[in-house]
Ligand binder design. Sequence first.
Ligand code: NAG
Length: 407
Amino acid sequence: MKLRWIGSVLLSAVAYYVYLPLPSGVSEPWKLMLLDALFRSCMHVGDVAHALGVCHRVSLINQVVSWVEVIGPRSCPAVDVSDILLGGVPTRVFRPIGGQKLKRGVVYFHGGGWALASGRMRSYDLLSRKMAEDLDAVIMSVDYRLAPEVVFPGQYEDAMAASRAFLSAGVRERYGLDPQRLCVSGDSAGGNLAAAVAQELALDSSLEVRFKAQALVYPVLQALDFHTASYQQNHDVPILYRPVMARFWLQYLGADPALEPLLLANNHSSLDQAGLPAAHRSKLDWTALLPAGRRKHYRPVVRATGSPGVVDAVPALTDVRAAPLLAERGVLARTPRRAYVMTCEFDVLRDDGLMYARRLRDAGVEVTGDHYEDGFHGCMVFAYPPVSSSVGRRSMDNYIRWLDQNL
Ligand SMILES: *[C@@H]1O[C@H](CO)[C@@H](O)[C@H](O)[C@H]1NC(C)=O
């Protein structure tokens, strides 16, 4: 009797912890709730360890991830898998066995807020493996260095070094890469790195070989407006909550974490910020760049007076290498001829992606916008058991299909 009572109390506590009111329309809400509970408990344990001074919250999570999720370079009959250094950066290579002699190639950057995860995690390993197999392409999944040990521009520089090596004659010859059919890609913070790499390499006229395409999966592209329509709409939708994204940004830029409330108030992009030219604002003016259906009833939050000097103190906030949405139109026009931008309705970063797709299109790039009305941030890598979601499988299939048809 007593046991049953304890059992039901425990069960209610778990249900209370897991249950979360979710917007109607999101794909398989119960799975998302469980995923969120898992993420939240990791974050909480990390916070406790951090507060006790045991270790940085991020290190603990990465430690757990590497115990549970990171797997060795296991080859299978269809794909040869090995760990190499690409431009000095640890990278896992997935190379199809047999097939075409000259192969398409994708250099891929994983997500995780520039601080978490690895291309050697089970989920990313499976994604790369499937890409290699389905596309008969060589996939190179790059493990750039992570925050807090390394901050901007460290991650960006690793991504650049790996991408330059990927395009080099030596690597192309060694892996049989077709110089006409190479793509740069990534999801979330990895999409940020992929976009930044695509821009920087577009400006380098000394390159012999260029990317044919860039494929960005729910990328994070700007840190000036934390009140875009999608930030407002999805502020409490898992798994990427609004304050968590602000924290990831501050950590990536090596800024004081105490700036978080200020960023969330849009005080850093107030009209009295001397360091913020008006031209930058127009590049993320979602009232002009988004269709009305996405803007809905949301209103922009533009402060006349904020916290002056923040942009001067954290100049990376307006650095295009950190925030690719701020690029000039002329730069966008020179990026790879074809672009794919995946966005999810239930994602604070939806409008980062939608605005970038629109600006690329305005600059003359052939853009495929792939929007998931029931998608949530991170869904594409939750396409396998035990966290297999329907929108995850659909988005992964469509992403791979786009690469097949456009690369
Ligand atoms: C934002 O700026 C306003 C005006 O300067 C100030 O009153 C407010 O305290 C600031 N908010 C934060 C969170 O810093």
